[in-house]
Design a protein around this ligand. Structure first.
Ligand code: ADP
Ligand code: LRH
Length: 499
């Protein structure tokens, strides 16, 4: 039987992992090689990524993958990297990385930068398909341009930086470049007017490849470091984690909105919540722009999506409680308490930019609840319930808005990523949308990453066929049906026990 082995390095904003996918006639078998936390650090008031640690943990994972393959009598065929969007490193003319690398939850003031840009949001949306959001690469780079003079530095997104460190080759790829608000989605090339308007002509932007392009082989140093006998092929996969997570989704809606039958609503639930429908081409209407929809490149087609603060809000509340308790606070008891707490249709806006920075999250959730007319949550269960009610309502609202933008009906929901293990959130989302929901796989980004490698390496003809037979860690799915009596309600202790 033909067997090939592919490693996915999947870097999320709260954790990273290296997954090994063994592809055989029996399908794709996924196993976790290494998982590590992602802990940004503050320098003054600016948050940064701990890139050195994330890279060395990634190498620990690759080394385990190489050893695992050799124990199984095979060799690692290829490596792909996907990560969170928008953030970048600058590489200077001598090939050195300018450190430290800023986190998008940083001190950027978009209003000042928008004034200096001299282009309206409508023109920028026409050029890039991306609305003004504080996290955009365009703003981060425009801010940096006010602090230093660019002399041909090369901006690399995080997966590009990993490819550079693994192979020595400089380049980028369309899915990750499309998160920048600097790429023209009609050409998949940098938009010269946007580069100029943001004051970035002094940078040397790398060429943009299609997802699934060969990037090079591991350098001798890396080959040795991960214990491989031979160099290993590295591919630029759909290197934006969101694009990898939704790689199974075939675009069914055209820009003019002609889906026959309904479309699937997509949610990628991790630190961020990305709510999307897959479309065949960018939708740059005023309704899409005013609705805060961003057009990002998918593994194929375009993802028309909303960026919402997702589990970040819960993660930060957990950090607050851990400070109070002086020890770890587990998610399962919190979710059980939330299921038993009273739900309410009075919810806060999870896209509110006040939720962006770290620290003292409980107070912010309470204040936003009060603004929404909801009784401010006090107990841990009430706080978590307020967050999950708000997220479920935000998902439902995003799909209603996507229906208005595309003219197509969303008739089912698919939720993937770490948050798809949150049974209460899944049930509340099915209830809020009134739609059947399929949850999982948890490791959707790694699966999409490996699927694109398998096609690029000629092991399979299409990405979609990989999804017909998935086994192993993080590949499971679970179905939810909307409950007729819907929100708001309190669950019986017996029911809440299930969450
Ligand atoms: P990222 O890729 O942004 O780092 P993940 O996709 O790994 O995020 O998702 C992390 C989130 O998944 C956590 O913040 C948590 O809310 C949720 N999660 C992880 N494990 C569980 C679990 N067992 N039950 C419910 N939710 C979980
Ligand atoms: C999710 C994500 C999202 C945004 C954000 C910065 O992990 O990639 O699509 O780009 O991180």
């Amino acid at each position: 039987p033909s067997i090939s082995a592919h490693a996915a390095i999947d870097l999320g904003a709260s954790s990273g992992r290296v997954m090994l996918g063994i592809l055989s006639d029996g399908g794709l078998d996924l196993s976790e090689m290494h998982r590590f936390t992602n802990e940004p650090f503050l320098d003054g008031d600016q948050l940064h990524w701990d890139i050195n640690r994330l890279f060395s943990e990634s190498m620990v994972g690759l080394k385990k993958a190489v050893a695992e393959c050799s124990a199984a009598g095979t060799t690692l065929s290829s490596i792909g990297i996907d990560s969170w969007g928008v953030d970048f490193a600058l590489v200077d003319g001598g090939g050195s990385i300018l450190a430290p690398i800023r986190h998008h939850r940083g001190a950027v003031n978009p209003a000042t930068l928008i004034n200096a840009r001299g282009l309206s949001e409508a023109s920028v949306y026409e050029l890039s398909g991306v609305p003004d959001q504080a996290i955009n690469t365009s703003f981060q780079l425009a801010k940096l341009a006010t602090e230093m003079e660019f002399t041909g530095e090369r901006p690399l997104f995080i997966p590009d930086l990993w490819v550079y460190l693994l192979t020595g080759n400089i380049g980028t790829e369309a899915t990750i470049a499309s998160t920048s608000q600097l790429m023209d989605p009609s050409t998949d090339d940098w938009s010269r007017p946007l580069v100029a308007a943001n004051g970035l002509t002094g940078l040397n932007f790398p060429p943009i490849s299609r997802p699934g392009s060969f990037a090079g082989e591991t350098s001798d140093t890396i080959t040795d470091r991960i214990g491989s006998v031979d160099p290993i092929a590295v591919y630029r996969v759909a290197s934006h984690d969101t694009a990898s997570a939704f790689a199974f989704a075939e675009p069914t809606v055209s820009a003019a909105g002609h889906a026959s039958g309904g479309v699937q609503g997509l949610i990628s639930s991790g630190t961020w919540s990305l709510v999307a429908v897959a479309v065949s081409e960018p939708v740059k209407t005023a309704t899409a722009r005013i609705g805060h929809f961003t057009n990002e490149r998918g593994a194929s087609g375009t993802l028309l999506l909303r960026n919402l603060n997702g589990m970040w809000v819960l993660q930060e509340c957990i950090r607050d409680w851990e400070r109070t308790d002086g020890g770890p606070v587990l998610i399962q008891p919190l979710l059980a308490a939330a299921a038993a707490a009273e739900g309410s249709a009075l919810v806060f806006d999870t896209a509110d930019e006040r939720l962006l920075p770290p620290g003292r999250m409980i107070e912010r959730v309470q204040a936003l609840c009060r603004e929404a007319g909801r009784v401010a949550p006090v107990t841990r269960g009430e706080v978590v319930r307020a967050i999950l009610d708000s997220l479920a309502a935000a998902y439902a609202g995003a799909f209603r808005a996507a229906e208005a933008v595309t003219g197509s009906s969303v008739t089912s929901i698919r939720i993937v990523g770490g948050g798809s293990q949150n049974a209460l959130l899944c049930q509340l989302t099915a209830d809020a949308t009134g739609l059947p929901l399929l949850a999982g796989p948890t490791e959707a980004s790694s699966i999409g990453n490996i699927a694109v490698q398998a096609v690029a390496a000629g092991k399979r003809d299409t990405v979609s066929e990989i999804y017909s037979s998935l086994h192993g860690a993080g590949t499971q799915t679970k179905s939810y049906l909307p409950r007729g009596d819907s929100l708001p309600r309190r669950m019986s202790p017996k029911e809440s026990h299930e969450y």
